[in-house]
Design a protein around this ligand. Structure first.
Ligand code: FMN
Length: 189
């Protein structure tokens, strides 16, 4: 699969079928994050892969809001880091950026492998860290919810979530986030 195709076919789907998680999948996804660039090559990203059924169930206790659909996950990847593990240049801290880039690589590779890798922010950070034994000083940035895309709606989805499943949520126009030569000169198509 070409990178462009992976970017285009990636979606944050919530209808998930089970998928068998193997060491090969973990190593493949891990290698994709491993090759990501980082400030001074500090590689600040850390991941916990959770696929033990009992542990997945326990982690549900930390999931909040309208994220009941997460119960259908075959694998959850906890993504975490801390500021001290990466560069700080003046006031610019790079750990979230570098961890985000590595995680984007992982998500695209998951897409290429035919998996859904859906990041969520809807979880209680303290509770999740406790369950996963992630040290207090780490920032748990996101949980990646992994499964296989199902054509059947997940019955745990809200009506609004169902309506978004088949249609990608609208994006800003390029001119809203790209400027040419200076910030006051929006890109024109
Ligand atoms: C940092 C982050 C947090 C998110 N949190 C949630 C969440 O808690 N629950 C959820 O259902 N989707 C969550 N999403 C998914 C977004 O809603 C989704 O990516 C966005 O609507 C665009 O849809 P698309 O990824 O299918 O193109 C999150 C995505 C990101 C990157």
């Amino acid at each position: 699969m070409k990178v462009k195709k992976a970017i285009e076919s990636r979606r944050a789907y919530r209808s998930l079928d089970p998928v068998k998680i193997t060491n090969d999948i973990i190593s493949d996804l891990g290698t994709s994050a491993q090759l990501s660039p980082s400030c001074f090559n500090y590689q600040p990203w850390k991941y916990v892969f959770i696929y033990d059924k009992q542990k997945l169930k326990e982690l549900q206790k930390a999931i909040t809001g309208k994220n009941k659909w997460v119960k259908r996950a075959s694998l959850i990847i906890a993504v975490f880091s801390k500021q001290e593990d990466d560069c700080t240049v003046g006031e610019r801290e790079y750990y979230l950026f570098d961890t985000g880039m590595a995680t984007a690589f992982l998500i695209l590779r998951a897409t290429e492998l035919g998996l859904v890798a859906h990041p969520i922010a809807g979880f209680k950070e303290g509770r999740a860290k406790e369950i996963l034994k992630i040290p207090e000083k780490m920032r748990l940035i996101t949980l990646l919810i992994i499964g296989k895309h199902s054509e059947e709606y997940n019955e745990l989805m809200t009506d609004s979530q169902k309506s978004k499943e088949g249609v990608r949520p609208k994006r800003k126009e390029l001119a809203e986030f790209i400027s040419i030569d200076n910030f006051d000169n929006p890109y024109k198509q």
